[in-house]
Unconditional design. Structure first.
Length: 173
């Protein structure tokens, strides 16, 4: 009789352990789904468009990330013009003329965003490391509101720096 009691206790303990493991698994799965939804929501808050596309209420903060504003482009097409986020004129001209590949352009554009210059050259301790703090600010804004990165390229243009900039902003800087 005593042996049966021990077996029952062991079986009951095993059952409790199994139920606990199932509960932990459910919690882990629920947390994973919630995390995926949060990531999807964050990604939806950072968009890209052509500055010439229709302005929509869901665009949020419209940032023109191009060196040139564009002749005749009304200032109501964007909220903020950040020329510092556009590729250098030299790099832009090289890709438009076909002198460099998209891969080379991508590498050089991302490098340009991180290049020190201006005030960085005169500071020995605190440096901006290119656009690091500007990029972090944009990341912060995109977590709280929709941010749309604009460029002069056509809406369906796949080889545009605004897509590279968006991908960079979706990573840890």
């Amino acid at each position: 009789m005593r042996r049966n009691g021990r077996a029952e206790k062991a079986g009951f303990s095993l059952l409790l352990l199994l139920l606990l493991l199932i509960l932990i698994l459910i919690l882990i799965l629920a947390w994973g789904v919630e995390k995926e939804q949060d990531q999807e929501q964050e990604q939806e808050m950072l968009k890209t468009k052509s500055v010439h596309s229709a302005i929509e209420p869901g665009d949020g903060l419209r940032i023109l990330a191009a060196r040139g504003r564009g002749r005749g482009l009304p200032s109501d097409r964007f909220d903020v013009w950040m020329a510092n986020l556009g590729p250098s004129e030299e790099l832009r001209d090289a890709i438009l003329a076909g002198r460099i590949s998209w891969r080379e352009y991508s590498r050089r554009y991302l490098k340009e965003l991180r290049e020190p210059g201006g005030v960085d050259l005169r500071n020995k301790r605190i440096r901006n490391h290119g656009q690091k703090f500007t990029l972090r600010l944009l990341q912060h804004l995109a977590k709280r509101q929709t941010v749309t990165l604009l460029c002069h390229c056509a809406e369906d243009e796949k080889h545009c720096h605004r897509h590279l900039l968006k991908a960079l902003l979706e990573k840890k800087i």
